[in-house]
Write a protein that binds this ligand. Structure first.
Ligand code: NAD
Length: 435
């Protein structure tokens, strides 16, 4: 099928390359010429495992075209909207990019075309955009097909997601849309991946409520970490014990620095803002607490670093290992690790930061930090070591080797990902989160 993908960021670039890999003819559009130039040359513009290979395969097949020319989407039967919906100044989602993408698409829509929203939007957006589409091309249909991919697993999650959710209008147009989307995702559906057909507002809410739930789960265990720390308990053992109850489950119960990235923080704020607009702000008031618990983690790590260094970090050299908001990604949007590194610098510390993938993205946001291309260089002469993103390379660090590089014997495990006993045996004062 000939499809277009509008917006080639973390979601759209992966979606476009994956759709071509599945055999579709893809036109991928973005307003950023640098990004398009790199994608067209087979150079993934961000770090995502499997994307370089998928992109190379798509380009070699001749089934994908990258462009900045909006008119190239004409002729596609399905148009995926994958542009950003960042946090606006009030906390509500900024829909400028979604509206601009639709404005650019409208003149090229033909009868029978399907516009498929993938971006995460406030409930009610799809109905409003559907009106805009109908006003210009009454025989085109807008549906919402929210995306649940996890960065770090984006290719796999795009090709074989947990489930598909189709938000469609009632009646014949909705049935036709379901048939077209089933054709797009035929291979995954044949493999038995569940597909739920719902109305437009439900599809928008499915996505945002899933993220609100995940954020709540993380903040729940971080609140337990706060209690465990003052009560002399171990939150890791607590999570293992409660996680055995399959109504609770062990996933997303790792206490640490909390969540960040381009989705959870802005999504819970946008959700609250939308609930306020709808007159049901009370229903989501708890998300304000989820956010507050999450942000307290960052302040807590800074306080712990000060305590461990005898009351102040000023003039001390600190190795920060990890800048991305999670491992296997170079995404530093609202990253707790980068935030903490910057706060330490503000307090007078010299921070030498390392990340296996995110130095480039971090440097753009925080040029004032000192970046080390090798973890060893960050560790050399450090008075304290802070592990802030749980990359496999840091989990498997040899504490004896680190002891040979660092000046001090202090390790702060912001993700509870290190072997406490091994670090203690190597002479380090170990501090975890809620342990
Ligand atoms: P991103 O910022 O990485 O990408 C957005 C892209 O859209 C950019 O490349 C930008 O240049 C482009 N763009 C902006 N306006 C455009 C226009 N008018 N026409 C064409 N391109 C345009 O953002 P992202 O992380 O890919 O997220 C996109 C959406 O997907 C958001 O709503 C996000 O919440 C949602 N989402 C993201 C993820 C994720 O893990 N990143 C997962 C699920 C859902």
């Amino acid at each position: 099928m000939r499809i277009s993908v509008i917006g080639c960021g973390y979601l759209g670039a992966v979606h476009a390359a994956s759709m071509a890999k599945l055999g579709h003819e893809v036109v991928a559009l973005d307003v950023d010429p640098d990004k398009i130039g790199r994608l067209a040359a087979g150079d993934a513009p961000f770090f995502e495992p499997g994307l370089p290979e998928t992109l190379a395969e798509a380009l070699a097949s001749g089934r994908i075209e990258f462009t900045t020319d909006p008119s190239r989407v004409a002729g596609a039967r399905v148009h995926f909207l994958a542009v950003g919906t960042p946090q606006g100044p009030s906390g509500a989602a900024d829909l400028t990019y979604v509206d601009a993408a639709v404005t650019g698409l409208l003149p090229h829509l033909a009868p029978g075309d399907l516009v498929v929203g993938k971006s995460t939007v406030p409930v009610g957006t799809a109905a409003r955009l559907a009106e805009r589409v109908r006003a210009v091309q009454p025989e085109a249909t807008l549906v919402w097909n929210p995306e649940f991919l996890r960065e770090g697993f984006a290719v796999q999650d795009t090709i074989t997601p947990d489930r598909f959710v189709y938000g469609v209008p009632a009646g014949e147009a909705g049935q036709r849309a379901v048939a077209v989307l089933d054709e797009v995702y035929a291979r995954a559906l044949a493999a038995g991946i569940p597909r739920l057909v719902v109305d437009l507002p439900t599809s928008e809410l499915v996505k945002i409520s899933a993220n609100a739930f995940l954020a709540t789960k993380i903040s729940f265990i971080n609140a337990m970490a706060e209690i465990a720390e003052v009560a002399g308990a171990d939150v890791t053992a607590l999570a293992d014990a409660i996680g055995h109850d399959d109504r609770i489950g062990r996933k997303f119960l790792n206490a640490g620095l909390g969540f960040g990235g381009g989705c959870l923080p802005k999504d819970i704020r946008a959700f609250q803002a939308r609930a306020d607009e709808l007159g049901v702000g009370q229903s989501l008031a708890f998300l304000g607490e989820v956010d507050a618990i999450n942000l307290r983690r960052r302040a807590h790590v800074v306080t712990l670093a000060e305590e461990l260094l005898g009351g102040s970090v000023a003039g001390r050299r600190i190795a920060v290992l990890g800048l991305a908001f999670k491992p296997n990604s170079d995404d530093v949007r609202d990253s707790p690790a980068l935030d903490i590194a910057a706060r330490l610098v503000e307090l007078g510390a010299t921070v030498a930061a390392h990340d296996p993938a995110a130095i480039g993205t971090a440097r753009r946001l925080r040029p004032e930090l000192e970046y080390a291309d090798r973890a060893e260089d960050a560790l050399a002469g450090a008075d304290a070591v802070l592990v802030l993103t749980e990359w496999a390379a840091y989990r498997s660090l040899d504490p004896q080797a680190v002891a040979g590089l660092a000046a001090g014997r202090i390790v702060l495990d912001g993700r509870n990902c290190l072997d406490r006993d091994a670090w203690t045996a190597a002479g380090f004062t170990y501090r975890g989160m809620g342990r």
